[in-house]
Design a protein around this ligand. Structure first.
Ligand SMILES: NC(=O)c1ccc[n+]([C@@H]2O[C@H](COP(=O)([O-])OP(=O)(O)OC[C@H]3O[C@@H](n4cnc5c(N)ncnc54)[C@H](O)[C@@H]3O)[C@@H](O)[C@H]2O)c1
Length: 369
C-alpha cells in the first residue's frame, strides 16, 4: 500500500492525514510532542475540529511517530510539511520550523529513492525557491500546496475544495500531487498549477481579496446604518450581481482569526520588500479597525446604562475555540471596559479561557450549541 507522511499533525495536519488515510493511503504522522503522538496512536486525541475524532477512531492505516527519520520508509513516496510559520513583528512569516526540518533531512543525508516534499504551511513568496536546490540535492522534489480551508470545517473543506493549488518546478511531482487530490477530493476541483512563487502569491492574494471584500461590506453597512439605510438589503442587492457574489459579503463583525489578518499583513510586507506599495491590503486592515470603532461608538449609544449587551460568541468564528484576533472579543472587551454590562455566551472551554484572561469583566453563560 502506498504511504504518505505528514510532518506536523496539528490543527491542519491531522485533518490532512486523516483525509489521506480515508481515501486509501497508509499515513505516517510526525510531530514533536511524545504525549500528543501517543494520543493519536491510542486514539484519545481531543480535537475541537469536527469529524477528527470520528475519522481517527475509524482509521486503520494511520500511525504517528516523533522520529523524522521514519519518513525514509521505502513505501513513502510523498511528505507533506504542515508545521507552523508564525508571524514576526515585521508581518513576515518565520520559516524556522521548516528550516529545522530541512536541516534534519540534511543530517539524514541524500536519499537513494526520490520522494516528493510538499509544503502545505503558509510561506512568504520566494521562500520555496530559496530552499529548492538544497532539497533537490538530497533527492527530494519540491511542491508548494497551501490549502483554502476554514477552522471549524477543515475536514470537509479539504474534501470539497474549489481549487487545488500546486506550485511546482517539476511536472512529475505536480502530477503526483494532483493524483493524490483526485483520490482525496469528493468533488471535481479546479487544479491550478503554476510556479512555486506564483502559488505562494496566490495563497496570500486570495486571503487579501477576501478580507477586502469583508471590509468593503462592513464599510457599506456602517454608512447605511449611520443614515438609517438598510445594510442587509443593500448588500444583498450588490451581491446579487454575479460579478460580485454574496459570499463573505454581509454586514457583521470584522475579520479575525489565525489566517486572514496575518496573511494580509504578510502580503503588504511582501509587496513593500519589492518596492510595491500594496495600498489595498493596508487600507483593508485600517477599514477592519475603523468598522470595530464604528460599532463601539454605535453600541455605546444604542444600549442604555442598565441594559445588558449579549454576545452569542466571542471567538473569531462561532463554534471554534479561537480567540486570536477576534473582532467580536475586542468589541466586547471595550464595551465592558466602558462600563456596559456584557453577557458572553460561549462553550465551557472558551469561558474558562476568558475567565483566565479577563476574570469577571463579563457575565458568562454556557452555550454548548
Ligand atoms: N489551521 C488552519 O486553519 C490553517 C489554514 C491555512 C493555513 N494554515 C497553515 O498551516 C500551517 C500549520 O498550521 P496549524 O494551524 O496546523 O498549526 P498547529 O500549530 O496547529 O500545528 C503545527 C504542528 O506542527 C508541529 N511541529 C512543529 N515543529 C515540528 C517539527 N520539527 N516536526 C514535526 N512537527 C512539528 C507542532 O507540534 C504542531 O502540532 C501554518 O503555516 C498555517 O499558517 C493553517
Amino acid at each position: 500500500m502506498e504511504k504518505i507522511a505528514v510532518v506536523g499533525i496539528g490543527r491542519l495536519g491531522i485533518c490532512l492525514a486523516l483525509n489521506l488515510e480515508a481515501c486509501g493511503y497508509a499515513v505516517l504522522g510526525i510531530d514533536v510532542s511524545k504525549e500528543y503522538v501517543d494520543s493519536v496512536n491510542n486514539k484519545t486525541l481531543q480535537s475541537n475540529e469536527p469529524e477528527v475524532s470520528k475519522y481517527l477512531s475509524g482509521s486503520t492505516n494511520f500511525t504517528a511517530s516523533v522520529h523524522l527519520k521514519d519518513i525514509l520508509d521505502d513505501t513513502i513516496k510523498a511528505i507533506f510539511i504542515v508545521v507552523p510559520t508564525p508571524s514576526m513583528p515585521s508581518g513576515e512569516f518565520s520559516h524556522v520550523y521548516i528550516d529545522t526540518i530541512i536541516e534534519q533531512l540534511q543530517t539524514l543525508g541524500k536519499q537513494t529513492v526520490q520522494r516528493h516534499l510538499i509544503i502545505n504551511s503558509t510561506c512568504m513568496p520566494g521562500y520555496c525557491n530559496s530552499i529548492e536546490k538544497k532539497l533537490n540535492d538530497l533527492n527530494y522534489t519540491l511542491i508548494y500546496n497551501p490549502e483554502f480551508i476554514a477552522q471549524g470545517s477543515i475536514m470537509k473543506d479539504q474534501q470539497f475544495p474549489d481549487q487545488v493549488l500546486i506550485g511546482e518546478n517539476n511536472v512529475d511531482a505536480g502530477d503526483y500531487v494532483q493524483t493524490i487530490y483526485t483520490k482525496l477530493c469528493k468533488n471535481s476541483p479546479r487544479y491550478c498549477r503554476m510556479s512555486l512563487i506564483s502559488a505562494e502569491i496566490t495563497k496570500l492574494a486570495t486571503n487579501c481579496f477576501l478580507t477586502t471584500k469583508i471590509s468593503f461590506a462592513n464599510a457599506i453597512g456602517d454608512i447605511a446604518t449611520k443614515v438609517n439605510g438598510e445594510p442587509e438589503k443593500i448588500l444583498d442587492a450588490i451581491g446579487a450581481d454575479s460579478r460580485i457574489g454574496n459570499k463573505y459579503f454581509r454586514y457583521g463583525f470584522g475579520y479575525g482569526g489565525p489566517c486572514f489578518p496575518r496573511d494580509n499583513k504578510a502580503f503588504t510586507k511582501f509587496a513593500e520588500n519589492n518596492n510595491i506599495s500594496m495600498l489595498i491590503s493596508e487600507a483593508t486592515d485600517k477599514a477592519n479597525q475603523a468598522h470595530n470603532d464604528f460599532l463601539l461608538e454605535e453600541w455605546k449609544v444604542k444600549f442604555r446604562e442598565e441594559e445588558f449587551i449579549t454576545f452569542d460568541s466571542v471567538t473569531y468564528k462561532k463554534g471554534t475555540d479561537i480567540l486570536e484576533e477576534s473582532q467580536q472579543l475586542k468589541l466586547a472587551v471595550e464595551l465592558a471596559k466602558s462600563g456596559k454590562k456584557v453577557i458572553v455566551k460561549e462553550s465551557a472551554v472558551v469561558i474558562k479561557m476568558l475567565i483566565d484572561k479577563f476574570s469577571d469583566l463579563f457575565i458568562y453563560q454556557i452555550n454548548d450549541n
